[in-house]
Design a protein around this ligand. Sequence first.
Ligand SMILES: [Fe+2]
Length: 217
Amino acid sequence: MAESTDRPHQDGPTRKTLFRAALVAAPAAALLSAAGSAPALARDRAADGTALDPTPQCDDGDDPTPPQMEGPYFTPHSPRRRDLVVPGDHGVLLSVSGYVFTRDCRPVAGALLDFWQADAGGVYDNTGYDYRGHQYTAADGAFRLTTVVPGLYPGRTRHLHVKVQAPARPVLTTQLYFPGEPRNGTDWIFDPRLLMNVHNHWGRKAAEFDFVLDHTV
Ligand SMILES: [Fe+2]
């Protein structure tokens, strides 16, 4: 499938892009005080302190991140780490960053993200914890993973596995995909809603993806 056909669908700014803009514009103290209390960070009050109308970006059609099968290679109790790169291993370095939101636009602080993937050669470590690790979102809902681009293995397109869980909430198990992969068109569980935005960056790849969990508050 051509790259142009499996790009994420975007018709305009979503609540996530607007949230990113708010992050840039808002003082850090405002963000910290708003996380977990206000439905729209630093956007629920005008400059003079008067309340604004409910933010339309909270109802702009963003659907929750769809779940996908866990597959056969999940191992519980992964180490807590944001960097999965195995020293001396080959592979193209990949960063994945984004935010975790609830359906009503609130960033989720302290959300668990547990990533696992094949190494650059397409092999899972099923005896240890190479290319496996969990982390928690920051106060603003942000996460960042450093790893390598996973290799291909028979029957699948290129992908990452992840479990995402807000504190005391159900676990979302899903997978993330890369645009422009020839196998995206033949992998029967591939879902374009799970495509990351991926950019080449000085020989490395930088990907972005925001999760929307299917609950509010
Ligand atoms: Fe897999």
